[in-house]
Design a protein around this ligand. Structure first.
Ligand SMILES: [Zn+2]
Length: 296
């Protein structure tokens, strides 16, 4: 009898855990607040893997092969500004996942081995960030069918423009349209293209209704866009990383998106953030209407 009671109790507890309610507008964190997840109510998921500044005084910086430890400064502040504008303008909330821990210790845009550089103590934190993105995707796609995923970064390249990463290299982007369209499956918008046969990749990269074209028209230069088709051979350019590849892959058939590598001046700095956030939110509203037939 006692065993039965205990089993029943266990079933109840595990049942509750499974059916955890994710409350819109609530922020969920670990005890240390290294990872923050705010639940949204529109099919837009924004992750910020490199903006964290919490350092661990007793832990060495990551130094495994290929480890990059530079911070994408003010990208957390930029995401929070975007959140604020969405609320003010549309009473809508994107899902937001932030890493507050410094990239010196953990890189939340790498697979677990390179992310932790072998530091087992941080594996749990790596999983939490990615589990939160998984949860956001599950909630958003369950409710809306499709979702857009944006991985938000900051670059230090000379050319002051947004670098939009669609998992296509600069060489890919310099190809003629006909050849470029054959790269649809490799791109981070593959899942949208698979479901909308009237669209092609070139339209989503450099067409009238491409994100890059719309945001450039709103005053923030971007590549690729109709106004700037591809980086030049001498330009530095980020094409998309682990998160963009993972969360727009065939394993997430209802998700598409891109990486945004933002410049500092006029976008991430104190003067730029409110203006960029306003433009981003307006362009996203247009984009959702055109490509997902969704209004906020
Ligand atoms: Zn970054």
């Amino acid at each position: 009898m006692r065993f039965l009671k205990l089993s029943l109790l266990f079933l109840l507890i595990s049942g509750f855990a499974y059916a955890q309610k994710w409350e819109v507008g609530k922020t969920y964190t670990d005890d240390e607040k290294w990872t923050e997840f705010t639940v949204g109510n529109i099919p837009l998921i924004i992750s910020v893997p490199h903006g964290g500044i919490i350092t661990l005084p007793h832990e060495a910086a990551r130094d495994c092969k290929g480890a990059v430890t530079v911070t994408d400064s003010k990208t957390i502040e930029l995401a929070k500004e975007i959140e604020k504008v969405f609320l003010e303008k549309y009473h809508a909330r994107p899902f937001i996942i932030l890493s507050n821990l410094s990239r010196k210790h953990l890189d939340q845009n790498r697979d677990i081995e390179e992310a932790t550089c072998g530091n087992k103590a941080l594996e749990k934190t790596w999983h939490q960030f990615h589990d939160n993105i998984d949860t956001a995707i599950a909630l958003a796609t369950k409710k809306f069918g499709k979702a857009i995923y944006i991985d938000l970064h900051g670059h230090g390249h000379t050319k002051q423009r947004l670098e939009l990463g669609y998992n296509l290299t600069a060489t890919d982007l310099r190809k003629p349209d006909v050849e470029k369209n054959q790269l649809a499956e490799k791109s981070s918008v593959a899942n949208l293209l698979a479901s909308q046969k009237n669209l092609d990749l070139v339209q989503l990269l450099t067409g009238e209704t491409a994100f890059g074209t719309l945001i450039t028209s709103a005053g923030f230069d971007a590549v690729p866009a109709k106004q700037d088709i591809a980086p030049l051979e001498e330009d530095k350019y980020f094409s998309g990383g682990y998160n963009t590849r993972r969360y727009t892959s065939i394993k997430y058939p209802n998700v598409f998106g891109w990486q945004i590598e933002s410049n500092f001046k006029g976008v991430r700095d104190a003067a730029g953030r409110p203006a960029f956030a306003k433009a981003f939110v307006e362009v996203m509203a247009q984009y959702f209407k055109i490509h997902l037939n969704t209004s906020f």
